[in-house]
Ligand binder design. Structure first.
Ligand code: TRP
Length: 392
């Protein structure tokens, strides 16, 4: 684990460092030890700029919640006062797959309401709609002129998203004549989202690690191409969460997903308690009499344990040791406990969402102020970018 703070253990760990980020890490820690010697005070962490984005594609399920929103709230709580946090609803990214315009308007507003409902605080974090800040697309264009097509071809997400959007069984069934340019260059816009604020840290899930790697590559290409007077962009680190993957309640060989046929395979953040209970009760497990954690041989049971641990903000190993190991407790006991934990965890966000969602004026005000602050910060970066590339 990498942390420059000696006083605080971060709940987030950092992704495997690439060569480039290893260099920047070394530079950072050298700087800190020098400061510490000179000032005779404990080494202090350099302020972080944390950026993340979420697509407005409907009410998040349990997997989305623990994979993104819940971590953002935790980060907001644990951040140092000097750290800056920006969280964005990424409407332009949503357009890379076909969207119904009416539904998209709703989904964008709902996602902003959800960010507030789960506990993101617009006074502490900048909450905004990506599509309210044109700087992202301008920087995206400039980056696209520096990004080799070969690098984008190697990304795997566009392949899987294209396959899903075409209802194909397999990625090999879709050919790239069906691929729109936006879906292909999606990671370039994502790099612009991040670098428009010179973000240093980006909380993302597994499937986005490759996009973060690309964002670092693009930052590095820009820095080397336009190097005077100094390297402009930091190489953003990904922060990934210790929460394990949440699986489908009906088919624990697959991830919990928004698009799966059976609505009982997922729990939505807005499901009422009775529905949460019935979905968990009908979750697929196995017929062994006791409860043990073994994701390989007992995926259904282990998934429920992961959900329980996530709701309790504990490590799954601890939860199993304290509650199940060597005890005569069965799946009925486990399901009861998961039911209660999920209902309890989602109660506040669900009630708050129902309330905030109707407060249109408030939502618009939060979005407007957020966009203003986001623009102000990114204007500084874009002015420098334009100057360096020769457009100012
Ligand atoms: N691609 C991300 C996803 O699908 C969303 C996203 C867009 C994002 N821009 C970002 C995440 C910038 C982190 C940083 O989940």
């Amino acid at each position: 684990m990498f942390t420059c703070s000696s006083t605080r253990r971060l709940a987030f760990s950092f992704a495997k460092p690439s060569n480039v980020s290893r260099t920047s890490k070394a530079t950072i820690s050298r700087k800190y030890s020098v400061d510490a010697q000179n000032n005779d005070i404990p080494a202090k962490r350099r302020p972080r700029i944390i950026f993340s984005g979420i697509q407005p594609t409907g009410i998040p399920h349990l997997g989305n919640y623990f994979g993104a929103l819940a971590n953002w709230v935790k980060l907001q709580r644990e951040a140092e006062p000097e750290d800056e946090l920006l969280f964005s609803v990424v409407g332009w990214h949503a357009l890379t797959l076909p969207q119904d315009p009416k539904a998209l308007v709703e989904a964008r507003q709902d996602m902003m309401a959800l960010m507030l409902a789960v506990g993101l605080d617009p006074k502490r974090s900048i909450l905004f709609h990506q599509d309210h800040n044109q700087n992202h697309v301008e920087l995206g264009w400039i980056f696209s002129c520096l990004t080799p097509v070969g690098k984008l071809r190697r990304m795997t997400t566009w392949k899987s998203r294209l396959a899903v959007s075409r209802n194909a069984n397999d990625e090999s069934e879709v050919d790239d004549s069906l691929l729109n340019t936006g879906l292909f260059t999606y990671p370039v816009l994502q790099a612009a989202d991040i670098l428009a604020y010179k973000a240093t840290h980006v909380p993302v899930g597994d499937d986005q690690q490759q996009h973060l790697e690309l964002a670092r590559d693009i930052a590095d290409i820009f820095n080397r191409t336009y190097k005077k007077p100094s390297r402009l962009f930091p190489l953003p680190q990904s922060m990934y969460t210790p929460t394990r993957r949440v699986l489908s309640l009906k088919d624990p060989s697959a991830k919990m997903s928004k698009s799966a046929q059976d609505p009982n395979s997922r729990i939505l953040l807005t499901d009422p308690p009775s529905l949460i209970s019935s979905k968990i009760r009908s979750a697929v497990t196995d017929s062994l009499p006791t409860i043990t954690y073994d994701p390989q041989t007992r995926p259904g049971t282990s998934n429920l344990l992961n959900i329980l641990a996530a709701c309790m903000d504990q490590d799954v190993e601890d939860v199993v040791r304290e509650r199940y190991e060597g005890k005569a407790r069965n799946h009925a006991d486990l399901k009861k406990e998961v039911e209660e934990a999920v209902v309890e965890r989602f109660r506040g966000p669900r009630e708050e969402f129902e309330k905030v969602r109707g407060e249109r004026a408030y939502l618009e005000e939060v979005a407007r102020k957020g966009a203003e602050r986001a623009k102000e910060k990114s204007d500084v970066v874009l002015t420098e970018v334009r100057r360096r590339v020769g457009l100012a």
